[in-house]
Design a protein around this ligand. Structure first.
Ligand code: HEM
Length: 380
């Protein structure tokens, strides 16, 4: 939590400067930079200093971050295209576009991993590893496994968390009454200047309800896909189509974004942002388990997100710090790029689209098109 607090202080520094000068700020960009710093600290033991370097990380990390982003874009596009991606990309003619960025990523990671190995060889087992890399190199000799594990955590933990923070801030800006209620809980449980310990965060039920309601309406991974390893039958009491036979090798796409907005599953107010629904049975965590077949922002079963607890902790920590310091947020529509404002055709549609003030869209993760521009006022 201490490292997190340092990155949070930098984040608040940026927000404070903008608030003092009454300048609008793209909070989505700041949250992306914040999660890049916090995940690199957690994985490698050093932050990439994205918050210090205005939308770019420190020079020595830049090519890695850019190459990783390129790989993410290519993979996202391939997922969307499906199994014909080799034909569409004309791989035979132009070669595989991932080769060069993958080499840059490898060249960055190799010395980082070997330094950690040397440290373990020199000092023996590190009693309490301070980052994932140290833990991995002392548990495993296979370089490929260490590298792949680091990369999957880097991929899984960065944009998802930034997405949840962005959309939580979006709903707080949109629903001032939720913001007031949440602030009252922060003041009661942590106080104006108190430290948000894990125990205090756990006692904040409304905060968890706000996060869950945001994850329900704006799941950071809005679509997912599975391929059947063996022929099987999918059956569910919730299915309108009865049992579904799925042949071996068939891909099945599913959308938490759509599932978590279904009226037949969530009630007539399914598209409304109403954190109170998570308090109906007492605590949001007990409702999470009773709704686990329809609330799947972290997936479920064997491939449940490994960073779920960390993600809740991290986002809660940041939100508490924000609410301790900031009085209110308002949309800065005047600086929101015109082509990223919700299309006027949405206004005549039913559901959330008729009143949405940002344009949620996705590559792999959900984000606000054109950023989320807000102005804010600091607390007295
Ligand atoms: C709000 C934030 C997050 C959300 C919504 C989220 C969501 C998910 C989802 C849906 C999956 C399943 C992907 C699949 O199998 O198709 C997943 C997997 C995973 N997540 Fe997260 N995640 C979040 C944050 C994090 C963080 C902060 C970390 C690491 C610190 C992390 C680490 C992982 C890992 C390692 C996997 C792969 C697990 C496996 O394949 O068995 N996630 N996450």
């Amino acid at each position: 939590m201490n490292a997190l607090d340092g990155h949070c202080a930098s984040l608040l520094g940026h927000l404070g400067v903008a608030a003092d000068k009454s300048l609008p700020v793209d909070v989505q960009d700041l949250f992306n930079r914040f999660t890049l710093d916090s995940i690199s600290d957690l994985l490698f033991g050093f932050p990439m200093r994205a918050l210090e370097h205005h939308s770019h990380v420190e020079t020595r990390y830049r090519s890695f971050v850019q190459a990783f982003g390129k790989l993410q874009d290519i993979c996202g596009r391939r997922i969307r295209i499906g199994s014909n991606w080799r034909i569409i990309e004309a791989v035979r003619l132009f070669g595989d576009q991932t080769v060069l960025p993958a080499r840059i990523v490898d060249d960055f990671l190799k010395p980082v991993i070997s330094e950690a190995q040397k440290k373990v060889e020199a000092n023996g087992r590190i009693g309490d590893p301070s980052n994932l890399l140290e833990f991995l190199v002392q548990e495993c000799d296979d370089l490929k496994i260490v590298r792949d594990t680091l990369l999957s955590f880097f991929l899984a933990g960065k944009d998802t968390t930034a997405s949840l923070l962005t959309f939580t801030l979006y709903v707080l800006t949109m629903y001032p009454q939720v913001m007031s209620k949440l602030r009252a809980e922060v003041d009661a449980c942590v106080g104006r200047h108190g430290y948000p310990t894990s125990a205090k965060i756990q006692s904040m039920l409304y905060l968890r309800a706000v996060l869950n309601e945001t994850l329900r309406l704006f799941p950071p991974l809005p679509m997912n896909i599975r391929r059947a390893a063996v022929s099987t039958t999918l059956s569910s009491p919730l299915s309108k189509m009865g049992d579904l036979h799925v042949n071996k090798g068939t891909s099945v796409t599913y959308s938490p974004f759509l599932m978590q907005r279904r009226r037949d599953l969530w009630g007539e107010d399914a598209e409304e942002f109403r954190p109170e629904r998570w308090l109906a049975e007492g605590s949001p965590t007990s409702m999470e388990s009773s709704l686990r077949s329809i609330f799947v922002p972290f997936n479920a079963g064997q491939r449940l997100c490994l960073g779920k607890t960390f993600a809740y902790q991290e986002c809660s920590f940041v939100l508490v710090r924000l609410l301790q310091n900031i009085e209110c947020f308002s949309f800065a529509e005047d600086v929101q790029p015109k082509d990223s404002q919700p299309p006027s055709a949405w206004r005549v549609r039913g559901g959330r689209q008729s009143f949405e003030q940002c344009w949620p869209t996705s590559s792999i993760t959900l984000y606000a098109k054109g950023g989320l521009w807000v102005r804010m006022k600091l607390r007295e």
